[in-house]
Design a protein around this ligand. Sequence first.
Ligand code: GLU
Length: 293
Amino acid sequence: MKHRKKLLATLLAGAMCLALSACGGGDTPASASPASSGAGTSASPSGEPLAADVQAIVDRGVLRVGVKPDVPGFGYQDVLTEEYSGMEVDLAHQIAQSLGVDRVAFTPVTAATRGQLLDSGDIDMVIATFTITDERRDSWNFTTPYYTDAVSLLVKTDSGIADYADLEGKVIGVSTGSTSMESLIAVAAENGVTLTQADNFSEYATYPEIKTALDAGRVDAFCVDGSILSGYLDDSVEILDSIRFSPQEYGIATALANTGLAEYLDELINTWLDDGTIDQMISDNGVAPSFEG
Ligand code: GLU
């Protein structure tokens, strides 16, 4: 009997924890599990004492994370409830739980703002479809990738665009600060098509603005990672299966000076890749398996 009560209590705690991590929020409890009782942890996943930059987060009692507000499945903010959901939001909650930190404060970021917010110290980390590149490694630390996507194109169903050659003379909408334009120029060149920033691209601050431009006919295609494009599908548009290129490995980014935090996060990600936690988050959030190109 005692066992059954305990089991019930554990199941209820688990259900609460799932409900909380599934909905997230602007400033939400990390989890209802005993691991985040507010006491804070005193050791890294491998049992080492915490580095000063990690201890500072534990002492503050709030984990500050930059996430996307407009990428369903990864980081998405419900306009009515203002709550966040997605695998990157789940990752943030899980990190807070591992630190024993009770609250996660989410800040919405774009491709253009996420690095600046790290540099200014406004947030502790970015978990926001942030592709690891050699150039970016000069500015921020990145963990081992937790997901791999590829770049693609969203076009109107009657666009007539099916291959790289069809992009000649077209205007493509991309987000400022993203890898998309550079990747598309490179892959088009490999396929014998010359695209230039001046003639073939229009840059926008946010993804909803690119979709509006596509709907209005101001751009002929919307180019970014497939995971981001899938949030903008409707009856009038399609993602081109024939154009999928440039693997995008997503890592958690931290400010360059925060080496202790970077190591702590890398250990967590490797543990969660090995024990199936990340795979579970991918399937819980209806995200397609990582690109294996
Ligand atoms: N993942 C790509 C990048 O980091 C696309 C842009 C984005 O994440 O918003 O540049």
